[in-house]
Design a protein. Structure first.
Length: 174
């Protein structure tokens, strides 16, 4: 069975409508640069899943990652595609390598950091969806063919981004 890509375009889900099957080819999705030059690509979210889940692909430069925080509104999960990500959750630390899965229930303080020498790649899953919108709000759109902005470009904006995360998206800093 083959799929017609046109048949699987993302269309917003209205009230009372059943979400439709979606397909995104490799490289598709809205992408933004944020924080220390992280690249986040939204693969699924509120508009395409009716709020069921959010899924993002992330490329995290060495030594980058968010500060300790927790989510009031969603559970979060990570699936490591490449590199080495240190995850600290519930006062436990693990270095996750490709193929590793980590589940963080809402309310659990956690952070992650790329502890490898190269960019790490991971999938971030949010249940329910909504938090993926934060990245689109605070990030800078990726322009095909342009390099990532330097890390210092984002340093001044991290405090502003965390304030938005706390006031609008139910994030608690720890």
């Amino acid at each position: 069975m083959s799929f017609d890509v046109e048949q699987f375009e993302i269309t917003p889900v209205g009230d009372g409508e059943r979400p439709q099957a979606i397909y995104l080819p490799p490289g598709a999705g809205r992408s933004v640069w944020a924080f220390s030059g992280d690249k986040y690509t939204v693969k699924a979210g509120v508009a395409s899943t009716g709020g069921a889940l959010g899924l993002m692909e992330a490329e995290i430069p060495p030594l980058s990652g968010p500060p300790m925080h927790s989510h009031d509104n969603e559970d979060e999960a990570f699936y490591i595609l490449g590199g080495r990500i240190e995850v600290v959750a519930d006062d436990r630390a693990v270095v996750a390598e490709p193929g590793s899965f980590i589940y963080i229930p809402r309310g659990a303080p956690h952070r992650f950091k790329n502890v490898g020498d190269d960019a790490a790649r991971m999938l971030l899953l949010f249940l329910p969806s909504g938090f993926e919108e934060f990245f689109l709000e605070v990030g800078t759109p990726v322009v095909e063919g342009q390099q990532a902005p330097t890390a210092d470009t984002f340093e001044a904006r991290v405090g502003e981004a965390m304030a938005i995360a706390e006031s609008k998206y139910g994030i608690v800093s720890h």
